[in-house]
Design a protein around this ligand. Structure first.
Ligand code: GLU
Length: 321
């Protein structure tokens, strides 16, 4: 009999212990993008740094793949995600209730945490498609992106500026970011659109698995669009980044930003920000797109919504504001 009692007591003690730990654990989710994009690396990198301190902070972080910027903003708003990565133009639109967020109206609880890497509105075309400029996309099979992605929202803005609809294309597909490189190389589409940091795994796939080129995105409508919106700036894809594209290619771009909302408490965001900036050298090594990041710029670049209190607490502690 005795031998039975001991294991029961021991397992009760263990239950009690795990119940206490579970009560203190805080699970946080960061929305990213497709698995071959850079957002996925941003989210995974942040979580890796946050989870090094779980024993101390109780915060357990996961960063699943998602549909992208607009999907992340909507999921944070709905309470399905705590934080996420979003393009600066979509952060602006969500906060002010414009573009894809027009019907929802302004979202004043949205909070900026920091800006991350620059992203370029990047068009990649099959070399045999004859596409040499953005206007050449007309009459072609173009992946305009899945609804919920940042590239789709920005492409919608570009199409509106050009006076185009999907009828301007032979086919306007809505493939997800992670599917489009293969669709391009399988000759199911002539061109793909991706708003992404460089080098991107997806465009590397599209340029190494088949012959393709990065196409310039220029012209009066683009100049006007950039001039009209502070979240856009001229940008280029550096020559030599991808096979088939040796010279710099002009386009425009945004900044990837890390966002949350007032629903996340100050302590959680403080710990997440602290994990990133206390280990900044390590963070920058996790993707070549992070190489040129500088703390001072990350506190302001691409941010429209007010900074989250938890971020402000850390930045003040560091004397950065
Ligand atoms: N900019 C894209 C979006 O918002 C994602 C890019 C990436 O995953 O790196 O949907």
């Amino acid at each position: 009999m005795k031998s039975r009692i001991i294991p029961i007591i021991a397992s009760l003690a263990l239950c009690g212990l795990s119940a206490t730990v579970a009560a203190e654990d805080k699970y946080v989710t960061i929305g990213t993008g497709g698995q071959t994009g850079v957002y996925y690396v941003v989210g995974q990198s942040i979580c890796r740094l946050v989870n090094r301190d779980t024993a101390k902070t109780g915060i357990k972080c996961t960063a699943p793949s998602t549909g992208g910027s607009v999907a992340n903003l909507n999921a944070i708003k709905a309470g399905d995600q705590n934080m996420g990565v979003a393009q600066s133009d979509q952060q602006y639109n969500a906060y002010h209730g414009e573009g894809a967020f027009k019907e929802q109206g302004p979202w004043q609880e949205l909070r900026a945490v920091f800006g991350v890497h620059p992203e370029v509105f990047t068009v990649v075309a099959r070399a045999d498609s004859g596409i040499k400029s953005f206007d050449d996309l007309q009459g072609k099979r173009v992946n305009i992106g899945n609804p919920g992605s940042g590239q789709r929202a920005t492409m919608d803005a570009v199409m509106a500026a050009k006076g185009w609809t999907s009828a301007n294309f032979q086919l306007a597909s809505e493939l997800k970011a992670a599917e489009q490189a293969q669709a391009l190389c399988d000759n199911k589409i002539d061109a793909m659109v991706y708003v992404v940091g460089h080098p991107s795994g997806s465009i590397q796939e599209a340029s190494s698995s088949c012959d393709s080129i990065v196409v310039p995105v220029t012209g009066k409508e683009i100049d006007d669009l950039v001039a009209a919106h502070s979240y856009y700036a001229k940008a280029s894809v550096k020559g030599g980044t991808y096979k088939g594209t040796d010279a710099d290619v002009e386009s425009f771009g945004v900044v990837a930003t890390f966002v949350s909302s007032t629903a996340s408490d100050e302590e959680t965001i403080y710990q997440v920000v602290k994990a990133v900036f206390d280990n900044f050298g390590r963070f920058k090594k996790l993707h070549p797109a992070f190489e040129n990041l500088q703390e001072a710029n990350m506190l302001k670049d691409g941010l429209t919504a007010p900074l989250h209190d938890g971020a402000v607490k850390y930045y003040k502690e560091k004397g950065w504001m």
